[in-house]
Design a protein around this ligand. Structure first.
Ligand SMILES: [Zn+2]
Length: 245
C-alpha cells in the first residue's frame, strides 16, 4: 500500500513510499516498509525485553543447536586462524555459550556481550552485560562475531562503526544477518523471518559492503546461506578483515 506521510529509511535515509501489511502469525500483522536500497523495516512494537530467560530457553531448544554452531566454526575458524596471530574473540549477542566454548577449545580467549541478564548464563566467560550499543568497551579483539544482532540495533551504522573500532588490525568480523534479497525468491512463507517483535530491520548485504568500503575493511567472503545445517538460514554471512594500511 502507499504511505501517506513521509517515512525515512533508517539505513539509507531515503524517503520510502512502499509498505506491505504482513501477517506474521495468527495474532500479529505489521506494516513493513520496503526501501529502494533493498532494506525492510517497521515502526511497530519492538521491545528489547523479549531477550530474556524465555528467549534463552527457546534458543536452547533449537534442534541440534550445538552441532549447528560447531558447523559454523568448522567453516570459518580455520580461515580466520590462518589470517591473524591474535586470539581474542568476542561473541556479540551470543545467547548460548557454545561458540565461546568451542573457540576456547581451539585456543582462543573468549568474551561475550549479551543483553539477556547475565545471571542466566553459567559463569564460564567474561561477559559485557547489557545493550552492546550503549556501553563502552576499552579492549580490542582479533575476531568479533555478530550473529543476527544487527537486525535489533537502534542504529546499525553506529553499531558497525563501534565493531570496527573494537577490532584489532588484521582482525576479522563475521556478520550473519537475515537476507532480504531472498524474500523475492522464497516468498513470504518460505522466507520465514518476519517477526517484528524480535527484529527492526532486514539489512541488505550491499549496505554492509558499502560500509566495509568506507572503513577500509576487506571483504574476505560473502555468501547467501540457505543451508539448514546452520542454526539460522535464509540469511547471509559476511567475513571482513581490518586492513593494516
Ligand atoms: Zn533504504
Amino acid at each position: 500500500m502507499q504511505v501517506d506521510k513521509a517515512v525515512f529509511c533508517p539505513l539509507c535515509e531515503r524517503s520510502v513510499s512502499l509498505c506491505f501489511n504482513i501477517t506474521e502469525s495468527d495474532l500479529i500483522s505489521e506494516d513493513w516498509f520496503f526501501c529502494q536500497c533493498g532494506g525492510w523495516f517497521h515502526k511497530g512494537l519492538f521491545d528489547q525485553k523479549i531477550f530474556n530467560i524465555d528467549y534463552f530457553k527457546k534458543f536452547n531448544e533449537i534442534r541440534e543447536i550445538k552441532e549447528r554452531i560447531d558447523y559454523l566454526i568448522r567453516l570459518y575458524a580455520p580461515l580466520i586462524e590462518d589470517g591473524t596471530y591474535g586470539r581474542r574473540f568476542l561473541d556479540v549477542g551470543f545467547t548460548i555459550n557454545e561458540m565461546m566454548s568451542k573457540m576456547k577449545d581451539r585456543g582462543w580467549n573468549c568474551y561475550g556481550s549479551e543483553i539477556i541478564d547475565k545471571e542466566v548464563f553459567e559463569n564460564k566467560f567474561p561477559i559485557f552485560s547489557g545493550d552492546f550499543e550503549k556501553y563502552k568497551i576499552n579492549e580490542k579483539f582479533d575476531f568479533i562475531h555478530l550473529g543476527h544482532v544487527f537486525e535489533c540495533f537502534d542504529s546499525p551504522r553506529d553499531a558497525f562503526t563501534k565493531v570496527y573500532f573494537l577490532t584489532r588490525d588484521e582482525g576479522y568480523i563475521l556478520i550473519r544477518c537475515v537476507s532480504p534479497e531472498l524474500i523475492h525468491t522464497l516468498g513470504l512463507k518460505g522466507f520465514g523471518h518476519f517477526q517484528s517483535n524480535e527484529k527492526r530491520f532486514f539489512i541488505p548485504m550491499q549496505w554492509f559492503k558499502n560500509m566495509a568500503n568506507l572503513l577500509n575493511l576487506d571483504i574476505i567472503c560473502s555468501v547467501k546461506n540457505i543451508s539448514k545445517r546452520m542454526n539460522i538460514w535464509n540469511d547471509y554471512h559476511l567475513l571482513l578483515k581490518k586492513r593494516t594500511y
